[in-house]
Design a protein around this ligand. Structure first.
Ligand code: IPE
Ligand code: IPE
Ligand code: MG
Length: 243
């Protein structure tokens, strides 16, 4: 057991649709709307707890294959939330950031996103990264192509390709790797999220549906993290000696 607060937490916010169904709503949309409230509360608590980076999976590259009506609703919730949440971001010193294939977002959505990113750029309590139209395999392929291009152009030698030079080509460059990855809704999979970056993250799967996620769930996940022994390939004895 340690009492370390992770520097970077990644969350797969899953279960909005099931939540709406369980509540008796006709469509899944209400789940996404309440999901925004859960994100607002989580980001506020995380910044108060001293977490420096929070990265949330809001829309995957694969989510583009959902029905158009759901995609349209999600995009309009995103546009609305970006402006309505600005006050919360500023009040809590949260800097907004985004990763993913942002060019695929509707133009007004990308514009609103860029404006909010700019407006919060000098905040330094916590960085909140939204993964939008994000896919980790796609991100790794883009990085690989950029590396190949540099080798062809002669600006990078093959033996200079390593963890550090490769990480520089990922959209998360500048963020530390997450130490803790949480997925809500009970599903136990990564769904193409931060595959490279989470190679040593502690995974915590919680049965709660995202709209019901509260401060207590966040604290529970952190407690589970604190009870893990992070050996990074070493033996338990080596870790104990170090402590
Ligand atoms: C997560 O909730 C939000 C997005 C993927 C956009 P879902 O919409 O996946 O909800 P479930 O998993 O179907 O309940
Ligand atoms: C992952 O959830 C993506 C987000 C939370 C944004 P999905 O609901 O899309 O994942 P799968 O399809 O169950 O793996
Ligand atoms: Mg889901």
């Amino acid at each position: 057991m340690n009492n370390l607060i992770p520097k970077h937490i990644a969350i797969i916010m899953d279960g909005n649709g099931r939540w709406a169904k369980l509540q008796g709503f006709k469509t899944r949309i209400r789940g996404h709307e309440i999901g925004v409230t859960a994100l607002r509360n989580t980001a506020t608590h995380a910044s108060e707890m001293g977490i420096k980076y929070l990265t949330v999976y809001a829309f995957s590259e694969e989510n583009w294959s959902r029905p158009k009506s759901e995609i349209d609703a999600l995009m309009s919730i995103l546009i609305r939330s970006l402006s309505s949440e600005l006050e919360t971001l500023q009040k809590n010193g949260i800097r907004l950031n985004a990763i993913g294939n942002l060019d695929n977002l509707p133009r007004n959505c990308k514009k609103e996103l860029q404006e909010t990113i700019k407006a919060t750029s000098s905040n330094n309590t916590m960085t909140l990264t939204l993964a939008l139209s994000y896919g980790s395999r796609q991100e790794i392929l883009i990085a690989t192509k950029n590396i190949a291009k540099q080798v062809l152009e002669g600006t990078l030698k093959i033996n200079e390709i390593n963890d550090i030079s490769f990480s520089k080509e990922l959209s998360t460059y500048g963020l530390p790797d997450p130490e803790l990855m949480i997925r809500t809704s009970g599903e136990q999979r990564i769904s193409n999220f931060l595959l490279w970056q989470s190679s040593y993250a502690e995974l915590v799967f919680l049965p709660v549906l995202w709209p019901d996620f509260s401060k207590e769930h966040l604290e529970d996940a952190i407690l589970q993290y604190q009870n893990r022994e992070r050996r990074m390939g070493k033996t338990s004895d080596q870790i104990e000696i170090k402590e």
